[in-house]
Design a protein around this ligand. Structure first.
Ligand SMILES: [Zn+2]
Length: 286
C-alpha cells in the first residue's frame, strides 16, 4: 500500500547542462565548450580554473575540486563524512538511486562539510555536489549543514556555503522539505551570534535550497551565468501568463534586481573571499 501511495510516474530528468548549455563533450584529452563550441585541451582548462579561456563559460567543478581550489593547501578537515541518507519512506527506487549517486560522485551525500583556511583565515564550509542526485537536499544534507553551522558557532568563525542543487529531495517527502526550516532556524541562531555567513550560488541553485540556506547569507556571491531560482521558468511562465526576460533567473539578472550581492569570476574567487574574510575578521577568527 505504502509503495502505491508514493508511486509517481517518472519525471523527465533535467540536466542543467542540457537545458540551454549543451553537455560539454570530451574528445581524447580535450573538452568541447558547451557555450562557444571551441575545443580546449583539458590541461589548459584545468590551469584556467575550468573556465573556457575564450568565452568564460564556467564548467562544473566537483565538490572535492572546489575545496582544493578554494582552501589553503592541506588545511581541510572534513566533518561527518560517513553520514548518509536512509530510505525512511520506503520510496520506490530510492535505495538504488542512492547507491548510483554514491558510485557517481564517490561521496556518501550531496554535500561535503568541514573546516579549513582561506588566505590563513579559519572558516567552516559546506560544498554541495551536483553529481549526487543533482545536489538535492534530504535529511542527511540538512543535518550536515546544521552540524557545520553549529561547529562554526562553537569556533566563532565564519561560514561559507557553496550551493548547487535541484532543490529538496522528493524521495524523502516532507522530511526533505523540513530541512528548509531546519537550516533556516540554525542560521537564525548563527546570525544572532554576529558571525559572518557567505554563500556562493553555483549553476544551478534552485528549489528548496535557493529558498532556504543559500539565500540567507550576509553576502551572496554568484558564479557568472548561474541559474538561480525557485520554480523553473516554464512553470512561472504558465502561472503568470507573461513572457519572461531572456536572462531571467540568471546570476546577472538577479544582481540587477538585488537578489545577489556580487558576481565573481572563478579566477577571482579566492582573492574576493580572502578580502571579505579579512575585513570581517573578529577576535575569535584566527
Ligand atoms: Zn567557450
Amino acid at each position: 500500500m505504502l509503495k502505491n501511495t508514493f508511486y509517481k510516474k517518472k519525471y523527465i530528468p533535467v540536466n542543467p547542462y542540457t537545458e540551454d548549455r549543451k553537455q560539454e563533450g570530451s574528445i581524447s584529452g580535450k573538452k568541447l565548450c558547451p557555450s562557444c563550441s571551441s575545443v580546449i585541451p583539458e590541461t589548459e582548462l584545468v590551469e584556467n580554473f575550468k573556465v573556457c579561456p575564450l568565452c568564460s563559460c564556467h564548467f562544473p567543478l566537483s565538490a572535492r575540486e572546489r575545496i582544493e581550489m578554494m582552501l589553503d593547501k592541506d588545511s581541510f578537515r572534513e566533518f561527518d563524512s560517513g553520514l548518509s541518507s536512509y530510505n525512511v519512506l520506503d520510496f520506490p527506487e530510492y535505495d538504488e538511486k542512492l547507491l548510483e549517486a554514491e558510485q557517481n560522485s564517490g561521496l556518501k551525500e550531496a554535500i561535503i562539510t568541514g573546516c579549513g583556511r582561506i588566505g590563513g583565515h579559519k572558516l567552516v564550509l559546506g560544498v554541495m555536489e551536483s553529481q549526487f542526485m543533482m545536489g538535492s537536499m534530504g535529511s542527511a544534507v540538512g543535518e550536515k549543514i546544521c552540524r557545520a553551522v553549529e561547529r562554526a558557532m562553537e569556533a566563532g568563525c565564519p561560514l561559507l556555503m557553496c550551493c548547487t542543487s535541484g532543490g529538496a529531495r522528493m524521495q524523502e517527502g516532507m522530511l526533505s522539505l523540513m530541512q528548509m526550516a531546519k537550516t533556516s532556524a540554525v542560521l537564525s541562531r548563527f546570525h544572532k551570534e554576529g558571525l559572518l555567513y557567505i554563500s556562493i550560488m553555483l549553476h544551478p541553485t534552485t528549489g528548496g535550497v535557493s529558498a532556504s540556506f543559500a539565500s540567507l547569507a550576509d553576502i551572496i556571491i554568484a558564479e557568472p551565468g548561474a541559474l538561480i531560482g525557485f520554480a523553473g521558468p516554464r512553470v512561472i511562465r504558465q502561472t503568470i501568463g507573461q513572457t519572461l526576460p531572456d536572462n531571467f533567473q540568471r546570476a546577472e539578472f538577479l544582481l540587477e534586481h538585488g537578489m545577489v550581492d556580487m558576481i565573481v569570476e572563478r579566477s577571482q574567487l579566492n582573492a574576493t573571499l580572502e578580502f571579505l574574510l579579512r575585513i570581517h575578521q573578529g577576535g575569535a577568527n584566527g
